[in-house]
Design a protein around this ligand. Structure first.
Ligand code: URA
Length: 430
């Protein structure tokens, strides 16, 4: 086979701040996926992109090339419209769990292809796997059948969608090139566009516990992804949301399922309810269902019925008791006052060290490990009141988790400024 381009020329073009054409990017991604372009050459390319950026056309061409590297799902045979959401992830972010069945209870299909956690942010599949019997892997036929019957499916993304991204992401991970906006946007959007959803809502997080901490960078990422979706004909919107403080009161896996079920039963923490309701409204509007009374569906059991059907369809027992950790340790207030700080990142790291997350892709997670918050910023406490409880199967994990939290949370005097992270929903794009 005669190769169309010389990869060294392409690397030099990007190194010298030039632009790559549609044909060049299409060839590059294809040649890398089939192993002609070597990892060290692609590493140089991703670093050049990291340093010099890409134009909107280049990002679109890169995304389209990654989509073309694999299969595309086709929902046109379904009797329902599809609407999906993607969150860039955060600490205590279990929103997909109540959200997918809530939206499905309005007769819209929600095809959620999710991932596992890596580092301090949790993974939706890890959380759901704490439900006895539940399985993440479905065949394409099972996926389609469940979308038609139940409406909501949360399952593992197969390796058939945008395989170029899988290879490129692993390379970025070990070459210091993950945080480039053109690469993140094309990585996320190639999988979402290949998945074939008609409508997509992005929950792009900023703040201490977010992947993109700086609000301005998070906005740039959101705008880039929205433009990619628009170019691909997807009905798309992004919310910029706050991840300075853990979302809700549960951080972990089984405890996050428990909290999600509370929301589906019409209760749950105010911030989790607020975000679930806001995202559900946006997803339904994008799918052509405006003014849906989503609070009513949480209050009257419709969303819960959809949850139970979704869990049961994937072999899970929605009534089975969730695992409980063998050991726990509660941290208490050493003085009376007001909780003034509870930053998300140290709590995410602590939950990870307790065993709720994994350090390497192949590691298992401990489903019962995690943290339950008894207070949030702004709450008044008496000396000795519980602030949060750490849970783990192995007690030797507590010391390292507490190390991550040292100096992070603070009880101040009444009247001290409270760092509550600011409004939960900061902006809507477009
Ligand atoms: N998630 C992805 O899928 N890709 C990235 O590059 C970053 C986060």
């Amino acid at each position: 086979m005669v190769e169309q381009f010389d990869v060294v020329d392409l690397i030099k073009t990007k190194r010298d701040r030039g632009s790559l054409s549609t044909a060049q990017l299409g060839w590059l991604v294809d040649a890398y996926t089939r192993g002609y372009v070597a990892d060290e050459q692609m590493s140089a390319m991703t670093m050049a992109i990291f340093l010099n950026g890409m134009s909107r056309d280049e990002i679109r061409d890169l995304t389209m090339a990654m989509i073309a590297s694999g299969e595309r799902l086709d929902f046109s045979g379904l009797s329902k419209r599809t609407t999906d959401k993607h969150s860039t992830g955060g600490v205590g972010d279990k929103i997909t769990l109540p959200l997918a069945p809530l939206v499905a209870s309005f007769g819209v299909a929600v095809p959620q292809l999710s991932g596992r956690g890596l580092g301090h942010t949790g993974g939706t599949l890890d959380k759901l796997e704490s439900i006895p019997g539940w399985r993440a892997n479905l065949t394409n036929d099972e996926f389609m059948a469940q979308l038609e019957s139940v409406g909501a499916v949360i399952s593992a993304a197969g390796s058939g969608l945008a395989p170029a991204d899988g290879k490129l992401y692993a390379l970025r991970d070990i070459t210091g090139t993950v945080e480039a906006i053109p690469l993140i946007a094309s990585s996320i959007m190639s999988k979402k566009i290949a998945e074939g959803t008609g409508a997509l809502l992005l929950d792009v997080k900023f703040g201490s516990g977010a992947f993109m901490q700086d609000p301005a960078r998070a906005r740039e990422l959101a705008e880039t992804m929205v433009a990619l979706g628009q170019d691909a004909g997807v009905a798309i919107r992004a919310l910029l949301t706050n991840m300075n403080v853990p979302l809700g009161r549960a951080i972990g896996n089984a405890n996050e399922v428990r909290e999600s079920v509370e929301v589906l039963a019409g209760g749950g923490p105010a911030d989790v309810v607020e975000l679930t309701v806001a995202l559900a409204r946006e997803m339904l509007e994008l799918a052509g269902v405006p003014d849906a009374d989503v609070e009513a569906a949480l209050g009257d059991g419709r969303a819960m019925d959809a949850w139970r059907a979704m869990i049961a369809a994937q072999g899970g027992d929605p009534d089975a008791p969730l695992p409980i950790a063998r050991e726990s340790e509660t941290v208490r207030a050493d003085r009376a006052g007001v909780v003034v700080a509870m930053p998300a990142l140290p709590f995410g790291i602590a939950a990870w060290r307790l065993g709720a997350g994994r350090a390497r892709k192949q590691d298992p997670v401990q489903h019962a490990a995690g943290i339950d918050l008894h207070v949030k910023p702004g709450d008044a406490v008496a000396a000795g009141d519980p602030l949060f409880t750490l849970s783990a199967d192995e007690p030797e994990r507590f010391a390292r988790a507490l190390e991550a939290l040292a100096g992070a949370y603070r009880v101040g005097a009444p009247g001290d400024p409270v760092d509550d992270g600011g409004p939960l929903i900061a902006a809507r794009i477009p």
